[in-house]
Write a protein that binds this ligand. Structure first.
Ligand SMILES: C[S@@+](CC[C@H](N)C(=O)[O-])C[C@H]1O[C@@H](n2cnc3c(N)ncnc32)[C@H](O)[C@@H]1O
Length: 344
């Protein structure tokens, strides 16, 4: 096909057919990540036979998959059957500063894809796909599958790492004595805040089997004196502190469950007189606007059964839990810091 033919403008119908085929790309990207191909290519060009030998794969099959990906600018076929990283595939190497590999590996992995294999039951009754397909809550499913749990935790840390600069630039945390990160995963956000604010203390709270994975990071960053950990269930209670941060937590849950978490924060805050509750979340924009929050909203529908919300919906939810939304600080990325104070 001539260059002109490949650069033709597609009709909306042709674009739809391309979009619907994109699961093929998702599956292919996951396979090449598991084969470590972006790292193997590094900054070099590698012939397909050498690549197949190193990855113990079938050269013809690998070549056809990489050829498809190169047509989407994920890798580049520099000469016939010779491949190199493109700008996009560089971002799924493990050793680049802004690597998004862990996040892409989780989104594209077979269990995640299986959760999306049939959306119809969820659309019919609004219940998460994990309950239809595996008959359980997504977090229990992760707990029973340690490899998937690891991919999920790594993806959350990856997302946090890439979102943190924006949060630190957008919000001034100074003056906070002890910050409680409610369901802070492996503590990437909290430890970054503590590194920037040397007088602050932190409490990292999450489920027991998750919080245990944060110890190495806290030790490596020499934060053991200032960062403690606590485990438990946020539907029961959360630890005491002077301010609370919940990043990508409320969006995991429906309104009723979110209210329980927020009310438990409110109760803990009432004991110590804490005055600040910060949510780090995306905010849904208006009709027909393309925004990552609309993908995340469906991810929340399909996996934990939560939802993304508009600013007005956050305001209402916070108010029902006893908080007044005081400010929204947009970050450079898609997230916002939503600040609120307890209503006296
Ligand atoms: C979407 S992740 C967000 C993690 C972290 N805040 C971040 O942004 O990277 C949701 C977190 O909620 C935790 N979680 C789920 N159910 C919980 C519960 N009942 N009590 C405490 N933590 C829970 C999970 O273990 C997970 O770390």
């Amino acid at each position: 096909m001539s260059q002109a033919a490949t650069e033709q403008k597609y009709t909306p119908a042709q674009r739809l057919s391309g979009i619907v085929n994109s699961y093929v790309i998702t599956s292919a990207v996951n396979a090449v990540i598991r084969l470590n191909i972006p790292d193997i290519l590094g900054d070099s060009e590698v012939d397909i036979d050498a690549l197949a030998k190193q990855t113990q794969t079938n050269a013809d099959a690998l070549c056809r998959v990489l050829r498809l990906l190169a047509s989407m600018e994920i890798f580049e076929e520099t000469k016939d059957r010779v491949f190199a990283n493109s700008e996009a595939s560089q971002s799924i190497r493990t050793d680049t500063a802004d690597s998004q590999r862990a996040m892409i590996e989780f989104i594209s992995d077979p269990m995640h894809m299986e959760l999306y294999a049939d959306m119809l039951p969820t659309i019919k009754d609004g219940r998460p796909s994990s309950e239809h397909r595996f008959k359980k809550n997504i977090f229990d499913l992760f707990e029973e599958n340690p490899d998937e749990q690891k991919r999920f935790n790594d993806a959350m840390s990856n997302l946090s790492k890439n979102a943190i600069r924006g949060v630190l630039d957008a919000y001034d945390f100074s003056g906070i004595g002890t910050l409680v990160d409610v369901a802070g995963g492996h503590g990437v956000l909290l430890t970054s805040i503590l590194q920037k604010y040397p007088d602050m203390k932190g409490v990292l709270f999450d489920l027991k089997h998750v919080v245990s994975g944060s110890k190495i990071r806290i030790e490596e960053l020499k934060l053991t004196e200032r960062c403690s950990t606590a485990s438990g269930d946020f539907f029961e209670a959360v630890p005491s502190g002077d301010a609370y941060i919940l990043k990508h937590i409320i969006h995991d849950w429906d309104d009723e469950q979110s209210l329980k978490i927020l009310k438990n924060c409110h109760a803990a805050m009432a004991k110590t007189g804490a005055r600040k509750l910060l949510l780090v979340e995306m905010i849904l924009p208006g009709r027909n606007v393309m925004h990552p929050s609309k993908f995340l909203d469906v991810e929340m529908l399909m996996l934990p059964g939560g939802r993304e919300r508009t600013e007005g919906e956050y305001r209402d939810l916070l108010q029902k839990a006893g908080f007044q939304l005081t400010n929204v600080f947009p970050t450079k990325g898609p997230n916002n810091v939503i600040e609120s104070v307890p209503i006296d």
